[in-house]
Design a binder for this molecule. Structure first.
Ligand code: ZN
Length: 420
């Protein structure tokens, strides 16, 4: 069965609706029945999509003391102190976005984490290389420590982190190879293993020049020393992609997989390179990293038609795409649904897969009983919209995942419609 047909058979298109919420109406009944309600919050009636346990069904999610206590079709409202009516909505684990830029005010691409991540359903995100060894302490101190979004990081192999790439300063962070410093990267990672999940390198020619493979070798050295994955930003590099892929190992990721520039995953006839297939067979993961210049519908459509799909779907949301064409991770997922993936397919690639790929704390990206109750609630809203990729190509959109509410460790985030 084609992906599109799978999607159509598995997904009910949902009309626009106003979310309804009501406090538990009869607390007295529960009290009379012999004590306080068993659960702090019940999200009832939604379609629970949790690929970590192959779950996709209408059910209630009951939360107690910040953890998922139970998922079952019939959980009585009287068992919970508060009830969120999620009928005709989609309830997923909090999304996991492995490529964002949230070093707001410091790194050139940075945006505030909370309005763009947790407020949009992404409870756990990875800042992908905004900071290097010299600038990481600030990311930890002024972002990770203070925001509500669970922010992790991939450490840039360049000590300065990402440099800007603007017409005024088109000079990237690795043009001087001396900035690639495995020793300092290793030390920084060892001191921050609770939040650094791997090493990041960007290999575009105006970032890493003609010594991209030497820079990659230094990033490789750092990643191997700390036994963490390496995420490699591809596209427009000096060296051909097969040479880059040859230096990657099982568990590493390439991001911007479906970019539309020179050095991509397709040959001149539009076929997926055999080296890319081999890399996937060897356990190298294909990440999306939509970004402002790194996602092409045409490339993705051609790859899909040849059976090559991403392992993780990330947004690469940053200052130059947050107002379009990326907006947020949910919008990126919506685009992949239009390309034929089911809701289960896209949620898997934005929860269970990324959680496993980067070794997040156990329970991340899952609603299994006992997991920390990070939950995202969406409407799948029917509305025509124009989907735009990073090259300005357009596709007609028919529906869109719209974040409705986010719950972190059992507590509604921000202006969520759920009363605390
Ligand atoms: Zn990026």
């Amino acid at each position: 069965m084609s992906h599109r047909r799978q999607f159509l058979t598995r997904t009910i298109l949902l009309p626009s609706l106003i979310c309804k919420l009501h406090e538990q109406a009869e607390p007295m009944l529960a009290a009379q029945a012999g004590g306080a309600p068993a659960y702090d919050l019940l999200i009832r009636g939604g379609r629970v999509v949790d690929p970590s346990q192959n779950l996709s069904m209408e059910a209630g999610v009951a939360i107690r003391q910040g953890r998922v206590a139970r998922i079952a079709p019939e959980i009585a409202e009287s068992e919970a102190r508060r009830v969120f009516d999620a009928r005709r909505m989609i309830v997923t684990p909090g999304l996991v976005d492995v490529h964002v830029h949230v070093y707001d005010g410091v790194a050139p691409l940075g945006i505030p984490a909370d309005p763009n991540c947790i407020a949009k359903g992404a409870t756990s995100v990875v800042d992908a290389g905004s900071a290097g060894a010299h600038t990481f302490p600030g990311l930890r101190q002024y972002v990770i420590r203070v925001v509500e979004t669970r922010v992790y990081a991939l450490l840039n192999i360049s000590v300065v982190g990402q440099s800007t790439l603007s017409p005024d300063n088109p000079f990237g962070e690795l043009l001087d190879l001396r900035y690639a410093n495995p020793k300092l990267a290793i030390r920084t990672i060892e001191q921050n293993r609770d939040v650094i999940l791997g090493v990041k390198i960007r290999l575009t020619k105006n970032i890493a020049g003609e010594h991209d493979l030497q820079a990659l070798a230094l990033a490789r050295e750092a990643a191997d020393a700390v036994n963490l994955p390496l995420m490699v930003h591809i596209g427009g590099a000096y060296s051909p992609l097969p040479k880059i892929l040859a230096m990657l190992k099982k568990g590493d990721l390439i991001t911007h997989t479906f970019h539309g520039h020179q050095g991509g995953i397709l040959d001149e006839r539009g076929r997926v390179l055999s080296e890319v297939r081999k890399a996937v067979e060897n356990g190298i993961l294909l990440d999306v990293g939509h970004g402002a210049g790194s996602f092409s519908f045409r490339v993705a459509e051609k790859a899909f038609s040849q059976g090559v799909l991403p392992g993780t779907i990330s947004s690469d949301v940053h200052q130059y795409n947050v107002n379009g064409p990326v907006y947020d991770l949910a919008t990126t997922l919506s685009k992949f649904m239009h390309m034929g993936l089911s809701i289960e397919d896209v949620v898997r690639r934005a929860t269970a897969n990324p959680a496993r790929a980067l070794g997040f704390p156990s329970g991340t990206g899952s609603l299994k009983e006992g997991s920390t109750a990070d939950v995202a609630i969406f409407e799948l809203r029917e509305a025509p919209w124009q989907m735009v990729d990073s090259l300005g190509e357009k596709r007609p959109g028919k529906w869109r995942l719209k974040p409705v509410a986010t719950i972190k460790a059992g507590r509604p985030y921000g202006n969520s419609v759920i009363p605390v």
